[in-house]
Design a protein around this ligand. Sequence first.
Ligand code: FES
Length: 64
Amino acid sequence: MYVCMCYGVTDKQIARAVKESGVGNVRQLRQQLQLGSQCGKCIQMAQQIIDDTIVDESLFKDVG
Ligand code: FES
């Protein structure tokens, strides 16, 4: 699914940036991926995906 239409960034790319590069917010994400600097409509969705991915990761860690 595309999150940022302007730059063609997908949710999978964002999740990978969180998991592999430890991205924790949109500012850090924008150092990895170009997104949000055209129309800005994707910022909220990008933050949501970062949050969801971090939650997933911490659930995984709890399980062991
Ligand atoms: Fe990301 Fe426009 S959709 S900057």
